[in-house]
Design a protein around this ligand. Structure first.
Ligand code: MD3
Ligand code: FE
Length: 207
């Protein structure tokens, strides 16, 4: 583990290749039960380039009519989100240093051209809980800023199997994904990565 900034801990290769494959198989069944959605921006209605789904008790959604929010059911199937894979709950228990289990796991799927502009995560009621992030598939160029949008930022790569925890003073820092680095994609054979791509999982407390 390295604490790269106060409250930002990076566990490079926390999930080895076998664990990454096992996790991908779990995600294939999550996505089969809770199909990927294209969120849209609250005001403009513009689509995100990332597609999303969720597992666990609550899931993050966004659309033009109702904005960013957490809900207990998939908006198209009407079904509860699938349960969180045990491997993720175990990682949270080991690394999050928080006495309660995560309530939401947002699954972000990045195609080769997808990105995520700098933003803060503030749709949760409790900022005292950390966020735990897991990366799978292609490497990306990740950007970490400060607590104000105008603060300077640094970039580093996130690779398949890496886990990042964001807590304490880091919880409200701006962050985003500049772009994927597809030339560095590992050979994780999954129908999800047929055309390359990256998956990021974020485990959170919501209430
Ligand atoms: C730093 N996801 O879903 S994960 C998001 O790779 C999101 O898909 C990115 O930002 C992704 O909201 C980044 C790493 C991450 C997550 C939350 C953070 C970094 C963070 C919160 C505060 C500071
Ligand atoms: Fe975020």
């Amino acid at each position: 583990m390295s604490e790269i900034e106060p409250g930002v801990r990076l566990y490079r290769g926390y999930f080895d290749e076998a664990a990454q494959r096992a996790l991908l198989r779990e995600l294939e069944s999550v996505i089969a039960a809770a199909p990927l959605l294209t969120p849209t921006m609250p005001r403009s209605g513009l689509p995100f380039s990332v597609r999303t789904t969720n597992c666990g008790p609550l899931g993050w959604l966004s659309d033009q009519a109702r904005g960013y929010r957490y809900e207990a059911r998939h908006p198209e199937t009407g079904e509860p989100w699938p349960p969180m894979p045990r491997m993720l709950l175990d990682a949270w228990e080991k690394l999050a240093d928080y006495p309660h289990p995560p309530e939401a796991c947002l699954v972000n799927f990045y195609g080769p051209e997808a990105r995520m502009g700098p933003h803060q995560d503030r749709d949760e009621a409790d900022f005292s809980a950390p966020i735990l992030s897991v990366s799978l598939g292609a490497d990306c160029r990740f950007r970490l800023g400060g607590v104000k949008r105008s603060d300077s930022s640094r970039v580093f790569a996130l690779s398949s199997g890496d886990v990042l925890t964001l807590g304490g003073p880091a919880r409200l820092r701006f962050h985003g994904v500049d772009r994927l680095l597809p030339e560095l994609a590992p050979k994780l054979s999954s129908p999800l990565f047929a055309a390359g791509g990256r998956i990021n999982l974020t485990l959170r407390r919501v209430t």
